[in-house]
Design a binder for this molecule. Structure first.
Ligand code: NOJ
Length: 438
């Protein structure tokens, strides 16, 4: 039996990491445009003003994806390119750009998928509090309606918000991502508003018949450091934060307050009916996982009472991100999420590995071989997984890490913007073409 018979391979990209053209054709500033002005916040002091220049090179990139044999091209829409002030006037040139991307995908035979939000909030909305302001629910809903009205005639697969935990955790609690805000109040309110916005955005898209609408969830396997009660409890708190908080309220399970008591504070931001409004019957769930973390109890750490035991201390191999490379997390999370609802289709909407080298990326090939092995194992168990989207096509702007980590299967010469398939892209092309012959 060919387990991969109805299985699709594609790639995920994101506007703020690739498009560049940060102020072209009427685009408004995003929080990342603003954040990268403080160059000390970015490891190599870079920014994404040009990035991979996807704005001008989109045809070349889509052609490369097709040449490799990929069937899905997931990209995100830059909110400030489409609505420069965040609300109000729509920028026709922004709409034109995404129409060109979508139409080109359809012409060359790769399915376009849209992510509505991959972290580049219009700065104008941040000036009003961003995700910490409850009004963002209506701002986001109006934005999603614009996307639906312009693109849903041709795009059938939609992902609402990409990795809520990283967006709010990095940007509103730790301050390491844009907009660089810190503190528990920002985190708690931002979480609640983002989830409510996503739930409302789902309803807006589903007004159009035939769409498949899902979300993309960041997942990190968490394990206790020692086999003690305290470390196990600490690991449970971190697991709840990282892997449950941004999905369980949508599944009708409420906030997982029992396993992460600090979440009690979220009720301060409740309006009547919120918990009901959060329930969302997504058409699919997108799993994205890269690494494993180990937690130990630390009473002196506020809110969480836990500390991470860094991979270096654990003597495990790490990528240039400093992350333990952990493809084993893929089958783990697919099985775990299937338990919520075995009928719900799952997608691996991101997986990948960062290296510091360019073309010779044998390690990445080994990584993807393990991904395939893990995928076989879950398919054999009858888990409802529909496909894999790689992170990512072309080396790009890796947020606070700048251009140091290279996640692409295609390299980029930053001066000439020339693209070149890495060993992994050539290997994948071969793999996919053999698959198609079976
Ligand atoms: C998840 C994010 O969605 C993406 O933007 C990021 O570049 C990758 N992980 C790698 O960190």
């Amino acid at each position: 039996m060919n387990l991969f018979k109805n299985f699709s391979w594609g790639v995920t990209t994101a506007a703020a990491q690739t498009e560049g053209a940060y102020d072209k054709d009427g685009k408004g500033p995003s929080i990342w445009d603003e954040f990268t002005k403080k160059s000390h916040k970015i490891k190599d002091k870079s920014n994404a003003k040009v990035a991979t220049d996807f704005y001008h090179c989109y045809k070349e990139d889509i052609d490369l994806a097709v040449a490799i044999g990929l069937k899905i091209f997931r990209f995100s829409i830059s909110w400030p390119r489409v609505i420069p002030e965040g609300t109000g006037t729509v920028n026709q040139k922004g709409i034109d750009f995404y129409n060109k991307v979508i139409d080109y995908c359809l012409i060359v035979g790769i399915e376009p998928w849209i992510t509505t939000y991959h972290w580049d909030l219009p700065q104008k909305l941040q000036d009003k509090g961003g995700w910490a302001n409850r009004e963002i629910i209506s701002w986001y809903v109006a934005y999603v309606a614009v996307l639906r009205d312009h693109f849903a005639d041709r795009v059938h697969y939609w992902i609402l918000i990409n990795e809520g935990i990283v967006c709010i955790g990095g940007g509103y609690f730790l301050g390491v991502h844009a907009p660089g805000k810190k503190g528990i109040r920002n985190f708690i309110s931002g979480t609640h508003h983002l989830l409510l916005a996503q739930a409302e955005g789902f309803k807006v898209l589903k007004q159009k018949e035939g769409l498949q609408v899902g979300t993309a969830i960041s997942c990190t396997k968490i394990e206790p450091y020692r086999n003690t009660f305290a470390d196990q409890k600490a690991a449970k708190r971190i697991d709840t934060l990282m892997n449950r908080l941004f999905i369980e309220p949508h599944l009708g399970l409420g906030y997982p307050i029992d396993d992460l008591p600090i979440l009690k504070r979220i009720s301060k931001y409740y309006n009547e009916g919120d918990l009901e409004a959060l329930k969302t019957d997504f058409d699919f769930l997108g799993i994205q996982t890269y690494t494993r973390e180990v937690a130990r109890a630390a009473w002196y750490i506020p809110y969480l009472g836990a500390l991470q035991v860094k991979p270096k201390k654990r003597n495990v191999a790490t990528s240039v991100m400093g992350w333990e490379t952990y493809p084993e997390g893929i089958p783990y999370f697919l099985e775990r999420f299937a338990k919520y609802d075995p009928e719900k289709p799952l997608w691996l909407t991101e997986c990948g590995m960062a290296l510091s080298t360019d073309e010779d990326d044998q390690e990445r090939i080994e990584y993807y071989k393990k991904v395939i092995q893990g995928m076989k194992a879950v398919l054999e168990k009858g888990i409802h997984v529909k496909g894999i989207l790689l992170w990512t096509l072309v080396d790009n702007f890796e947020w606070a890490e700048g251009y140091i980590p290279k996640f692409g299967i295609i390299s980029l010469n930053q001066k000439t913007l020339q693209r070149k398939m890495k060993k992994s892209a050539i290997w994948l092309k071969e793999y996919l073409s053999n698959m198609n012959m079976k």
